[in-house]
Design a protein around this ligand. Sequence first.
Ligand code: C2E
Ligand code: CA
Ligand code: CA
Ligand code: CA
Length: 274
Amino acid sequence: AATNAINRGILWERYETDEDEVFWKLSILNEFEQALGRGDVWVAYQPKLDLHSNAITGAEALIRWIHPDRGFIRPDRFVRAIEDAGRIDKLTLYVLERAIADFAPLGLSVAVNLSMRMLGKNKLEAPLRDLLETYGMPAEKLTLEITESATMTDDQGMAELESLRALGILISIDDYGTGQSTLSYLKRLPASELKIDQSFVRQVLTSRSDAVLINSTIKLAHELDMRVVAEGVEDQQVLDALAGMECDIIQGYHVGRPVPLAEFVSKLPHKITS
Ligand code: C2E
Ligand code: CA
Ligand code: CA
Ligand code: CA
């Protein structure tokens, strides 16, 4: 019933109401594995528009959980609960396998969000190597989006990122501009992409300081041979402003919302049916 409701667009983006946090966490954790098995947990894809070719060249994978009673559960909220319970590995590997299996036949790029708690435990390289080989996806079609945080100064985590980079997988710095020590991360991380956070992007037309920050961030990233993605682009004027600043890739409701794979594919100009 939940899936039908999504297809009819009824439950879409309608969040559940708050309840006691501790109680909520416990029930969520208990229900998560069941939900995976039942198909209540799935992966949505939000298109990325390449401004150089003016084509959709890939998507970001975003986890979705439509609970039979609670409705749409905010992903940032349940991802954090699963992280805190030390069970993020299962979720991450689930999303990675879906994304790689879904996108390898399309020949498009896909980006997956990586919890920092996954890094430094050596739990990624072997499964990723396997998945890329099993589904026949070239490593450079996979991007891992990581958020700047204090844990990034961790040496083991850094070494693991280097080894993933050595496989050919791309690393992207997500929510750029919202963390701390931004400049030192730029220097230390083996990243090839920078995603400017929506909070800046949204203000590009109304705040002169945000426009200046975005413009100089794009120049800086290009000097460092990194490409720049702007997320949260909701209208054409913002897109035009970013294009004028030579931003490389655009993501946001103006290009497309996160949708199930079939809907993503049906909106591509040349439908790929393999
Ligand atoms: P994020 O990685 O920064 O993802 C971008 C969020 O912005 C998504 O929210 C997306 O739906 C939303 N968004 C995209 N374009 C627009 C726009 O034009 N306007 C507005 N208002 N919002 C836009 P979502 O899907 O609710 O995900 C929230 C966060 O949950 C993500 O933020 C990410 O940190 C986390 N998350 C989602 N899926 C996963 C996952 O598979 N693994 C991990 N570790 N975290 C995930
Ligand atoms: Ca992201
Ligand atoms: Ca982001
Ligand atoms: Ca975010």
